[in-house]
Write a protein that binds this ligand. Structure first.
Ligand code: SAJ
Length: 404
């Protein structure tokens, strides 16, 4: 029997797949589209190609019950959602070519009354641009379809819960499009759905991640100042946060992941003269990783001077944040790459959330602490919190894991 989906989801990655599965859980038939045949095959077997808590069980159950199927080609449906990546190109300019390709892919399947939604993080005006492309190729649909923007805002590691419970901001290119999209999300989202226009919804997503980036940059800047002033930054932040209106975030190895380190550039690219704090925050957070590398190198030289031999260094953590296995845009990976590129150094690496890596040999974290002279904490994984570390070793804790 022919599969008749109500929803076509274009892009089955970190956002598209969980969202498709959540919609399917509400017994709405979904067809997921991906250009990668092996992703399609994996999902059709009820399996997943990404790591996210609870996603495997959900995908397995909706595929088994026949509410989610995957394919490389779209089909007719009532709702079309685009959830493909928006990386940057050249000098931190947003690259919306995937969104454009995904839009063009579904255009032949649109018909009167269709709802077209973009979820991909996008520079402002993207939704209006996609509307123009649609109307150029299908002028007869002008005013007869609904086009909206609804950004995802889920936290990797807690996606399934947040997809269902977070509030959503939904903006159409006109009021009817906003209302239609609100009615659609109301079927499977428990959080409040907030109405706006597409431009504001696009900016809202960029602003949320820029806000966090700026606040992390503040903490990272403090860590550099405190290092010079010989003040424990973790104690300082804890004390400052006792003030009822102060809530400083935590310094670290830098800002990683595919969102916070990327999205602020979308504002900077469009508002070069105005976006001064946003740009500075990006630069501070990127610089923090270079500073960490320098600190480790200096510590290595000091050890050599004192001991007349090169130290063995234990690198603790590779993920982009604590307690996940996601290595995308991870500052810790940059540090590990910089250290291992110096062949004269003996570098041991541990990451409790992965077993193997294509570049690095992953060792047990307890063992490498015992074998090393310098222990470098890059990610505050829970496994590292109560480690016994011999007093004779140099400990460089860049993520405050021993303080928490
Ligand atoms: N980090 C710090 N100090 C902190 C908090 C985080 O250095 O106090 C670092 C982390 O170690 C990591 C990076 O920042 O390297 C980003 O981690 P995160 O947990 O702040 O955020 P993401 O990238 O996992 O998810 C963010 C979330 N956005 C906000 O919190 C505003 C999430 O809600 C978004 O949906 C997601 O980006 C996205 O997809 O855009």
């Amino acid at each position: 029997m022919e599969y008749l989906p109500k929803v076509v989801m274009v892009g089955l990655g970190y956002i598209g797949l969980p969202t498709a599965a959540l919609i399917a859980k509400s017994k709405i038939p979904v067809l997921g589209i991906d250009i990668n045949q092996s992703v399609v095959d994996t999902i059709n077997k009820g399996q997943i190609h990404i790591v996210e808590p609870d996603l495997d069980g959900l995908v397995h159950s909706v595929v088994e019950r026949g509410f989610l199927k995957a394919s490389t080609e779209p089909s007719k449906a009532e709702v079309f959602i685009v959830a493909v990546p928006t990386p940057f190109k050249g000098d931190f300019e947003p690259d919306i070519s995937y969104v454009e390709a995904a839009t063009k892919k579904v255009i032949p399947y649109l018909s009167e009354g269709s709802l077209f939604i973009i979820e991909s993080t996008s520079p402002i005006l993207t939704t209006e641009k996609m509307a123009s492309i649609i109307y150029e190729l299908r002028p007869e649909l002008k005013g007869k379809i609904f086009i909206s923007y609804c950004p995802e805002r889920v936290l990797p590691g807690n996606v399934i819960y947040e997809l269902e419970h977070n509030d959503r901001v939904i903006g159409g290119i006109d009021e009817a499009s906003t209302d239609k999209a609100i009615a659609f999300y109301a079927q499977f989202v428990k959080g409040t759905l907030h109405k706006t226009n597409s431009r504001t919804a696009e900016m809202c997503k960029l602003v949320e991640n820029s806000y966090r980036d700026v606040n992390i940059a503040f903490a990272n800047e403090l860590s550099l100042i405190c290092d010079k002033a010989n003040i424990d930054v973790w104690e300082l932040i804890k004390l400052a946060n006792k003030h009822p209106r102060v809530k400083i975030l935590q310094p670290g190895t830098g800002v990683g992941g595919h969102c916070i380190a990327v999205d602020p550039w979308f504002i900077v690219a469009d508002f070069k003269n105005e976006a001064k704090i946003i740009r500075a925050a990006r630069e501070i957070n990127n610089y923090k990783t270079l500073w960490v590398i320098e600190k480790i190198k200096n510590s290595t030289l000091e050890f050599e001077k004192l001991n007349n031999r090169k130290p063995t260094i234990a690198v603790m953590g590779l993920a982009f944040k604590p307690d996940i296995d996601d290595l995308r845009e991870s500052p810790a990976i940059h540090v590990a790459e910089a250290l291992t590129s110096d062949k004269s150094l003996d570098i041991l690496i541990s990451e409790p959330n992965i077993h193997t890596h294509n570049k690095f040999k992953i060792s047990n974290y307890n063992e490498i602490v015992q074998k090393s002279d310098i222990v470098v904490f890059l990610v505050a994984h829970k496994e590292f919190k109560n480690l016994e570390i011999d007093q004779s070793k140099t400990v460089l804790d860049f993520c405050g894991v021993l303080k928490k």
